[in-house]
Ligand binder design. Structure first.
Ligand code: PLP
Length: 395
């Protein structure tokens, strides 16, 4: 047998982390890495954060899981907290981002179909990433994710990101809503124009469509506000969140207004694990730290400092780097070359973890708890990596 016991769907590198210490990872062979990848924008509190560990340990010893057949004081408390902090009136808890997007799509369809309309189609945007389930790959225009898994689920139409006219022109009799990342993560830290999101909001109001935001990657403080939509002068009808909300514990959620959730009555949706007490305790701990204006202001300030430092540095290597962009600590370093070999070089030769993304972008997504010493360490490693990089390594 040649297949590995771990299904070989990931092109894994040979770094094998076994321990986390604040903003660093230690591998099986004893190497130490500055972790500016954060498990792909997940470890918002870094590794080994006392508040998160304490909450999980306490809850694990008290009650880990019960069925959603029973009342949920833990779920009610966290849902109320999210309702108080956002546009939403109601929350469904999931275990991942893709499930949160699935719930968002179902909520939008049910909004229309519970009122006797047959609207089902969701308009999505080029280079989006919404997850790896059948519905969420169908929601993405990226053919590389479709290959081998056809047929796609019907009911999605793709248009150009930031092209409001194209979005407007694609509305038809079956359109149920728009699904959009306010800042595309996998697509390369592409920020939506405020006028684009505001235009989608206006189209939804005019045509009674659902505006669904996918804030799985941009949410929970990553962009410098609790959710990124706050920076665009709009509010969605439905929103998917995950990643940072559990700080590393698997958790997602679909948030909706009362109106948008009108089709989601008893028996319409469910999840065995979604919203279990252990996940709720993890998220409460994350929110205790992140959902504070002072903390979020700190994320914005650290993001500004880090982007300014990168900006200053880029000119030293005009053959490698193009520009830097992003909001808060959701940062994209656009390269003039395909970035994967450079990401590997930073990792293997300079102990620096980042993640590549679309549009030749290196994602710089550190834990939100970094301090100036981590920014210094990042700049030292980035600059040493740029100085020693031989593009031939790309071969
Ligand atoms: N949506 C966005 C914007 C994402 O970035 C991701 C994951 O990268 C997902 C959805 C899917 O989340 P998960 O991998 O937790 O299913």
């Amino acid at each position: 047998m040649s297949i590995t016991p771990l299904m070989p769907v990931y092109p894994r590198c040979d770094v094998r982390p076994v321990r986390g210490e604040h903003c660093h990872l230690i591998s099986e062979d004893g190497r130490r890495f500055l972790d500016f990848a954060s498990g792909i924008a997940v470890n918002a509190l870094g590794h080994s954060h006392e508040v998160l560990i304490g909450a999980i340990q306490k809850q694990a010893a008290t009650l880990m899981h019960v069925s959603n057949l029973y009342g949920s004081p833990q779920g009610e408390h966290l849902a109320q907290r999210l309702v108080d902090l956002t546009f939403a009136d109601t929350v469904f808890f999931t275990n991942s981002g893709a499930e949160a997007v699935e719930c968002a799509i179902k909520t939008a369809r049910a909004y229309h179909q519970s009122a006797g309309s047959d609207r089902f189609e969701i308009i999505t945007f080029n280079n989006a990433f919404h997850g790896r389930t059948l519905a969420t790959i169908s929601a993405s225009s990226q053919e590389k994710m479709h290959k081998g898994f056809l047929p796609l689920m019907p009911g999605f139409r793709y248009v150009e990101f930031n092209d409001l006219e194209a979005a407007k022109a694609s509305i038809g009799p079956h359109t149920a809503g728009f699904l959009v990342e306010p800042i595309q993560g996998e697509g390369g830290i592409r920020i939506a124009d405020a006028a684009f999101l505001q235009g989608l909001r206006a189209l939804c109001d005019e045509h009674e469509l659902m505006l669904i935001l996918d804030e799985v990657q941009s949410g929970v403080g990553r962009s410098g506000t609790f959710y990124a939509y706050e920076q665009f002068g709009i509010a969605p009808d439905i929103m998917a969140t995950a990643k940072g909300i559990g700080g590393g514990f698997p958790l997602g959620a679909c948030l909706a207004t009362e109106k948008a959730a009108r089709g989601m009555g008893a028996g319409t949706h469910g999840s065995t694990y979604g919203g279990n007490p252990l996940a709720m305790a993890a998220a409460e701990a994350v929110l205790d730290v992140i959902a504070e204006e002072e903390f979020l202001a700190g994320v914005r300030a650290k993001g500004d400092r880090l982007r300014a430092r990168i900006e200053q540095f880029l000119g030293n290597y005009p053959e490698l780097f193009d520009s830097v962009r992003g909001r808060g600590l959701f940062i994209g370093l656009k390269m003039k070359i395909e970035p994967r070999a450079f990401v590997a070089h930073m990792r293997d030769n300079h102990g620096l973890l980042t993640v590549s993304a679309g549009e030749n972008v290196v994602r710089v997504v550190p834990p939100l708890v970094i301090d100036d010493s981590h920014i210094e360490e990042f700049m030292e490693k980035l600059s040493a990596a740029a100085a020693s990089y031989q593009p031939a390594e790309a071969a």
